[in-house]
Design a protein around this ligand. Sequence first.
Ligand code: AQP
Length: 342
Amino acid sequence: RPRLLSGIQPTGVPHLGNYLGAVSHWVRLTRQDGADRPWSPPSLFCVVDLHALTACPEPAKLRQLTLETAASLIACGLLDSPGVRLFCQSQVAGHTELQWLLSAICPISKLQHLPNWREKPYNNAAIFTYPLLQTADILLYRATHVPVGEDQLMHVELSRELAARFNTRYNCSMFPLPEPLLPCGAAAVAARVRSLRDPTKKMSKSDPTAASRIGLADSDDEIWTKLRSAVTDSTPGVSYDPEQRPGLANLIDLLAALTDCPPAEVLVRHGPVENKLALKRLLADSLLERLRPIRRRIAELLAPPDGPAEVARLLRQGREAAEAEAAATIAEVRRLTGLPPL
Ligand code: AQP
């Protein structure tokens, strides 16, 4: 039966790319109700703290960001629909066990072909093998659909290949082949939100330049300062041309995704947009309207005396649901592979 699963790394406060490319899509998908809701509960979302270890974070920083990431997802409304659960990856033991079993059937060349380990500035074995952990994250819950941004497509493809390989090797139909779900409709442009400082790169939590991204907890002033200085080009006026004017197209794409309007029409609908500053002002208005309630809710969830107790409670509830699913998969996988039961 269809099952949704996705995750986010606590490597920084989630940014507009994470929000438009992933989290708001998760919220939309889990809100499909009545006869239209295809998902078998629980729909699972996790803060993938084991993945974040590849960047060797300070322990206190990792603890804080795990909490802030969870609070950000809750503030975006992720847990507002029944049957949705959020948990912390490292608190469910099956992820690493399944990763090991999958590493035993994965050819080394499959990992060598993935670009990330060459692009990241870290030198550790986990940066090479983490796509296997990502596959385990998905297969542990026998997820069928994985809503992600464009940068994750190759990793979901690996999980399809390994699911098929496992099924063939052990002559079973243990794992469904998971499918990626990219944002669609007007939001499709948000599958790859670009850096505000360098439109050839994606917006990223780990970019050392804070002005390259808009964080979900940024203040009004921070948002406006970053937007005002967003890199565009020296051609006068405003037009939508992703090839020739990628910086400007990124801003138009953001406005399109926020206002649910195709990018080619957004300048007409909001027009006339006479110059780049006017476009940035329009975008700032839409962004602030969308992000202010989220920022307020994040602060409430993290501020004592009530939170982070509420965040911890919701993570506990999610962990219980995830553990039940994970235990069933691990028991079956141990049987199939010839390992004794736990
Ligand atoms: N720029 C982006 N545009 C659209 N979607 C994005 N995602 C990430 N960046 C963009 C999507 O957000 C989800 C969670 O991502 P992640 O935290 O697991 O890791 P990531 O993809 O590596 O994101 P970052 O922000 O770039 O983190 P760092 O800097 O730590 O590597 C995923 O679905 C992703 O596609």
